[in-house]
Ligand binder design. Structure first.
Ligand code: SF4
Length: 245
């Protein structure tokens, strides 16, 4: 039986732990500054900022959180907040009604179940309102130094598929594939490096394959075309001017 062709943008190659480690070593050398870009001072602040970052840039989130945390500095005050006031503060992050309900619900869950403290436990985290696997992985990794999983956002989905380290667009399945390849001690770092690489180099629409530090290790079939001067990544030539006569 013929295998199904790999979907567009994905690599048909079978990945190995050795390949994953080589790629991560290269990304580490190329992007040593990669880290969580959400400004925070505590696990509580990072949890709220991560919830707000859905469908929004970290830059935008960092613009609203100083005011939000000045007004609601810990779980107890946010749990008691009025939704309209929270909505007004976070409005520019988009989906502000749903996000306001999520962060207030999260704060109430912390107060009711964990005396206002963010639990350093994955299962307890994902049981809280507003917290999914991605947020739990980010918070446990960056606030508590734990390697509980690999946070899979849109950048990790795209880059992992192009590199040939994972297949598919289901974040849970892609996380499981990556965790099977990457040593546990590097899970949090994998998130930071792959997200950073996706933002700075492996752009969704215009990947900078020509200067990519993992070009020779990448499994994406289209990378050569994007690296060629005449390929899809090349700047379009100016049209010749029409001259009169
Ligand atoms: S070679 Fe291109 S597609 Fe592959 S990781 Fe680098 S930028 Fe992304």
């Amino acid at each position: 039986m013929k295998g199904r062709p790999a979907p567009a943008g994905r690599s048909p190659r079978r990945p190995t732990p050795e390949l994953a480690v080589r790629i991560l070593d290269r990304l580490e050398a190329a992007h040593p500054e990669a880290t969580c870009a959400l400004v925070h001072r505590s696990a509580f602040e990072l949890s709220v900022a991560t919830i707000l970052s859905a469908q929004c840039t970290d830059l935008r989130v960092n613009m609203v959180t100083p005011r939000l945390f000045a007004r609601f500095p810990e779980a107890a005050s946010l749990a008691a907040a009025s939704l309209p006031e929270v909505e007004e503060i976070i409005r520019s992050t988009g989906f502000y009604r749903a996000k306001a309900r999520s962060i207030v619900g999260f704060a109430r869950g912390l107060v009711e179940r964990h005396r206002g403290r963010v639990p350093a436990d994955f299962d307890a985290m994902v049981a809280l309102p507003g917290i999914g696997r991605k947020t739990a992985n980010v918070v446990l990794g960056h606030a508590y130094g734990m390697n509980e999983g690999i946070a899979v956002d849109t950048h990790v989905l795209r880059v992992a598929n192009r590199l040939g380290l994972a297949t598919g667009d289901d974040p849970v399945k892609v996380e499981a594939q990556l965790m099977a390849l990457v040593p546990r001690t590097r899970w949090t770092r994998t998130t930071d490096l792959v997200i950073f690489h996706g933002r700075k180099v492996c752009d969704a629409r215009r990947p900078a394959c020509a200067g990519c530090p993992v070009f020779d290790l990448c499994g994406w079939e289209s990378r050569q075309a994007w690296a060629n001067p005449g390929g899809p990544g090349a700047p379009s030539r100016p049209r010749p001017r029409r001259t009169a006569g």
